[in-house]
Design a protein around this ligand. Structure first.
Ligand code: NAD
Length: 383
């Protein structure tokens, strides 16, 4: 049985690492960093990377292998292996809206009206499924974070969305067109970015109506993942948080995009909301900085300086230095999510997949959960 994975932003660092890694990696190499491999008993329910067929959309056209060699994220000995499938992969034409990055808008080949773009995406999904004889298909959104959509979009019902599509309303972000096309085609949809797409009531209603699973938002891969662990410790140990300062430096393309205020707004919200949601109180200082620092490339560094009080209100502090690798942390989670969505489709599971909260900074509906609670939810779902 084969399962389709179509990635929006398939030539980006995370998507490229996911695709190339999945096609060239051994089972042993692919297991590290994957929750489904680490959590006992989970993988027996799930498909393997070898059953995945990849495709996707992007504004840039180089082949994934060419890109992987320039990204320098995966080891060269892995990239020297061959895969005829990989050599033939090319992205399909992207859909662009005014919310996209200036680079995407500059490279775009020109959009048709919303309804034409929607029909094009749907026929591309159908053709991909038919040509590859796929049992299921998941569309994963891994393109650059968009500028914030207008409130009319955030609150749109399904009827509002249909009207916006018909009227070719420029307020409709490209991400919603991808989600709409995926869901109407019967494909599961995952949003790994901070975009508001799956928060929109009309998109959730469409998923329910079309009988497809959806999951998001914003992959939890580094600093925020660590916050979900430590916040739980502060809460259980009844240590009172006074302040948390988080600084990030990263030198990849996502770092360039996130250095722009209009594209970082949602990411900052997602990073900042986590602590209050887990601790259950506010009234502490919480600051997050993201700085684009080219020398680091995809190897990002996050510093945390945490102030808290204990018995007799005595002040204490903690300093953390996380030296991570953005795409190496994210790719196994993307593959995990594809496996979960394939399983959900096979079981007829519809709408927001709350048991996948562990994968996201701001899981839709549940909000951020303490790490152990999120892990328990996932484990219980498969019992
Ligand atoms: N890697 C992580 O740890 C991590 C964690 C959480 C969230 N994310 C999010 O995942 C996304 C991908 O991250 P990345 O580091 O791969 O970024 P990237 O900048 O390397 O890749 C983004 C890709 O999207 C493409 N793109 C832009 N607009 C598009 C459109 N309208 N349609 C199709 N393609 C489009 C770009 O050309 C580029 O190839 C970002 O939104 C990032 O914030 C990443």
């Amino acid at each position: 049985m084969k399962h389709g994975v179509l990635i929006v932003g398939m030539n980006g660092a995370t998507a490229n690492t996911t695709i190339v890694g999945a096609l060239l990696g051994t089972q042993e190499e692919l297991a590290l960093g994957s929750i489904t491999s680490g959590m006992q008993g989970l993988s027996r329910h799930l498909s393997r990377e070898s059953s995945f067929v990849f495709g996707g959309w992007d504004v840039s056209s180089p082949s994934p292998l060419e890109l992987a060699n320039s990204y320098h994220i995966l080891p060269t000995e892995v990239l020297s292996r061959s895969s005829p499938i990989l050599e033939s992969l090319r992205p399909m034409r992207a859909v662009i809206s005014r919310h996209d990055t200036m680079e995407a808008k500059a490279l775009a080949e020109g959009n048709a009206e919303h309804l034409c773009e929607l029909e094009r995406l749907k026929s591309e999904i159908a053709q991909f499924c038919q040509m590859n004889d796929l049992q299921t298909c998941t569309v994963v959104y891994l393109a650059s974070p968009l500028a914030l959509a207008e409130p009319a979009v955030l609150n749109a019902t399904l009827t509002d969305l249909k009207l916006m599509l018909e009227k070719n309303d420029p307020r409709l972000p490209s991400a919603i067109l991808y989600a709409y096309a995926a869901i109407e085609s019967g494909a599961a949809f995952v949003d790994f970015t901070p975009n508001i797409t799956l928060d929109v009531p009309g998109v959730q209603a469409l998923a329910e109506q079309s009988g497809v699973p959806i999951a998001g938002r914003d992959g939890s891969t580094g600093q925020t993942l660590m916050k979900t662990v430590l916040a739980e410790m502060f809460q259980v140990r009844n240590l009172r948080l006074k302040g948390w300062y988080s600084a990030n430096i990263l030198g990849n393309n996502d770092g360039i995009v996130l250095s722009r205020p209009e594209h970082r707004e949602l990411k900052m919200h997602d990073k900042l909301a986590v602590l209050e949601q887990i601790l259950g109180y506010d009234g502490f200082a919480h600051a997050v900085d993201i700085t684009y620092y080219p020398p680091r490339g995809d190897s990002k560094e996050a510093w945390d300086s945490v102030d808290f009080t204990g018995w007799f209100s005595q002040p204490m502090a903690m300093k953390i230095d996380w030296q991570g690798r953005d795409s190496i942390l994210a790719a196994p989670l993307v593959l995990d999510l594809c496996k979960h969505m394939q399983f959900a489709q096979s079981k007829g599971s519809i709408g927001i997949q709350e048991h996948l909260a562990i994968y996201f900074k701001q899981p839709i509906r549940t909000g951020a959960l303490a790490f152990s609670a999120a892990a328990r939810r996932l484990r219980e779902y498969y019992q």
